[in-house]
Design a protein. Structure first.
Length: 111
């Protein structure tokens, strides 16, 4: 989706969706939290993102949060391109699934 946004609307649009996922180094997250929490443990968990359809995926990622101010015309352009360019993520039942690992951190609040 980020690559599609970059291609259609420039890196600024792609960066809006990329930003929430930019902290991908477990050691960096640990160091960031260790100044405020004790016994910080960071683990990468495997996960799968699932949507009922490409349309639902685009709606969630774009209208749902990161680019909710995208014009209707640009949204329709993106939706049409996504239906073609992101077809490799479509399952036999027309749902969408792709790998979505996440870093999970736990720690104890410092006194």
């Amino acid at each position: 989706m980020v690559g599609l946004l970059d291609r259609l609307f420039g890196s600024g649009a792609g960066d809006a969706l990329r930003a929430p996922y930019s902290l991908e180094d477990p050691d960096e997250l640990h160091d960031l939290l260790a100044s405020d929490f004790e016994d910080v443990d960071v683990r990468e968990m495997e996960g799968v993102a699932r949507f009922d359809s490409i349309d639902d995926w685009v709606h969630t990622d774009i209208r749902g949060w990161t680019l909710s101010d995208l014009s209707d015309t640009d949204y329709e352009t993106l939706l049409g391109a996504a239906r073609t360019d992101l077809v490799q993520y479509v399952q036999a039942d027309d749902s969408v699934a792709f790998s979505a690992p996440a870093l999970i951190a736990v720690g104890t609040a410092s006194s």
